[in-house]
Structure formats: structure tokens, C-alpha cells
Design a binder for this molecule. Structure first.
Ligand code: GLN
Length: 304
């Protein structure tokens, strides 16, 4: 477990990078976030959380929610049912690319690009009675915080700007790889993306990835093997077209969101979440990546 002073030092090291990235501006609700926010929280497998900067302030988790959806799918479907509908290969294109859908069977390359996450949301829609409600319950229990909410303004604004995601979903539907009503699934998907959580919440919620599938509150959410598989997918696809760069610099399985959050884990040790809204060219938090790089160097840890 790092000392609090180390986290503060990491924040000081990366603060000069603020101003060098670009806030996601495809919807006003995200464009209006204060660009100077910067936070980090670490939760160790003994359950202790420490944080620095704006680590208690909730932000829009966006694509970090794709980890929760895939985890829920693993709890309700067999491996074959999932992997016959979505691949496990890294991307090499932007997160919202249509090119990531293989044009023979309509299979998205992996579950963390939008196409793949939409298929996972479609799966959840088919088997869970009220998937939005269930997602909220799962996330609240994972971080032991009943005040976690959807940001309905963000979800509504995403829905008003949903042409690209709708196109991806309809493309997959045309191949028979999408079973439910597109609008219904888009609504669920945008709600998952609109979850508001702090770095402290997220570092706790992701602890199962560092702890062989056992959550912050002690529940065995997924098996040890499934946890390893999730971490492998995070390491290869969690940062879209920046996954290689992230592996090189940070050396931890991770997942980013366009709200500027990134979660990462050192299996057997800790989970960490950073937040800084300005993004690099791949849509990953610029100062957040630098903070994780500084942390892994200071701890002398990498999974490689
Ligand atoms: N809501 C965003 C979208 O679907 C999420 C993208 C992201 O965080 N990378 O486009």
C-alpha cells in the first residue's frame, strides 16, 4: 500500500500537465466539467482506501461502466454465450469505430469498444428483468455506497446524440447479432455510462479485480479464473487504441472513460482510480495516465 504522501507527490508531479489535453465535448454535460480537477484513490486488498486531490468528488464514469457490464454478463451467461457474440482482440481504431465490427458475422472485436459494450448491454437486456435497476444495485453494493446515482441529464444528452452508437447497434442487428429493441438497449447503455462515482468509490468497486474476484464487501463476485480473464481483456483492450502505450508506461490492467477516469489494478495488491477530465488523442485521461505511470514507477510494480 502506498503512503498518502506518495499519492500527494504523484498529484504534484502531474499537475503541470493540466491544460495539455482536451475535455470530451460531444455532449454539453461533459463539456462543462472543470478541467482542473485531479484526484487519485487507492484501495488495498485489506480494504483500506487512501486518496489525494479531488478523490471524493463524483464524476461521469462513462466507459469504465463497461467493466461492470461485462462482469454482470459473466454472472448470467456461459462463456460460449458471450464469446460467440463478441471477440477478445485489441482494437487499433477509436472506441466508437464501426470498423471494429467484423463484417461477416457482425462481431465486435472486444467488449470494451462501444460495439462490444452494446452487445453486452443487449445480453443483459435479454436476461435481466430490469437491467438499469440491477446495475445500480450491483455497483452500489460493490463500493458499499447507496448514494451512487445515474446522471439522468448525461444519459438524456447522450441519447440525443446517439447517431453513431445507434448506427453501430443497427449494423450488428443487420447481422443478427443484436436481439432487443435498439433504443431500449441504447437507453440502458447510456445510463450505465452516466453513473456518477468518485475515485474512492471506483477504487473500492474494482477491488474484486485485484482480489481474485472477491469484492470490497467480501462477496465472491466472479471466480479467480474469470478475474484473470477480465484482467487480460483490460490489459489488451481497456484503453482502446492506447492499450499498448498504457501497458508500456503503466504496466497494469486498466479501463478508461471519456469522463477522464481510469481504473487500474495490481492483482493481489490494490486497485486504483485516477480522474482528470482532459483527454489525449485516444480518449484516455492525459494527466490520469501520467499519474498511474508515476505511481507504478514509485511502487516499482508492473504486471509485466
Ligand atoms: N458514452 C460514451 C459513448 O458511448 C462512452 C465512451 C467512452 O467513455 N469511451 O460514446
Amino acid at each position: 500500500m502506498p503512503e498518502l504522501a506518495l499519492l500527494e507527490q504523484v498529484m504534484d508531479t502531474v499537475r503541470p500537465l493540466l491544460g495539455q489535453g482536451k475535455i470530451a465535448d460531444y455532449i454539453p454535460a461533459l463539456a462543462n466539467v472543470n478541467a482542473n480537477k485531479l484526484g487519485i484513490a487507492v484501495t488495498s486488498i485489506d480494504g483500506t482506501t487512501i486518496g489525494a486531490g479531488d478523490y471524493l468528488e463524483p464524476f461521469s464514469i462513462q466507459s469504465i461502466s463497461k467493466v461492470f457490464s461485462l462482469t454482470m454478463a459473466l454472472c448470467h451467461y456461459t462463456e460460449d454465450e458471450i464469446w460467440s457474440r463478441v471477440g477478445k482482440e485489441p482494437s487499433g481504431q477509436s472506441f466508437n469505430s464501426l470498423v471494429q465490427v467484423e463484417l461477416e458475422r457482425g462481431l465486435p472485436r472486444n467488449p470494451f469498444i462501444n460495439a462490444g459494450a452494446l452487445v453486452i448491454a443487449d445480453l443483459l437486456q435479454s436476461r435481466l428483468g430490469a437491467p438499469k435497476h440491477r446495475m445500480l444495485e450491483v455497483v452500489r453494493s460493490l463500493c458499499d455506497n447507496t448514494s451512487i446515482r445515474y446522471d439522468n441529464k448525461v444519459a438524456a444528452s447522450e441519447y440525443q446524440n446517439s447517431a453513431r452508437n445507434a448506427a453501430i447497434a443497427y449494423l450488428m442487428k443487420s447481422f443478427g447479432n443484436f436481439n432487443n429493441d435498439v433504443d431500449t438497449v441504447l437507453q440502458s447503455y447510456f445510463h450505465y455510462c452516466s453513473l456518477r462515482m468518485s475515485c474512492a468509490d471506483l477504487s473500492r468497486a474494482m477491488l474484486y479485480l485485484a482480489n481474485g474476484g472477491k469484492s470490497f464487501t467480501g462477496e465472491q463476485l466472479v471466480t479467480r479464473v474469470q478475474t484473470r480473464q477480465l484482467n487480460a481483456l483490460l490489459a489488451t483492450s481497456g484503453l482502446y487504441d492506447g492499450a499498448g502505450e498504457f501497458a508500456y508506461r503503466v504496466g497494469m490492467p486498466g479501463k478508461s472513460g471519456v469522463g477522464g477516469g481510469i481504473i487500474a489494478v495490481i492483482p493481489g495488491d490494490l486497485s486504483v482510480c485516477v480522474w482528470s477530465p482532459e483527454l489525449d488523442k485516444n480518449g484516455n485521461s492525459l494527466a490520469g495516465t501520467a499519474a498511474l505511470e508515476a505511481l507504478s514507477q514509485a511502487l516499482g510494480r508492473s504486471i509485466f
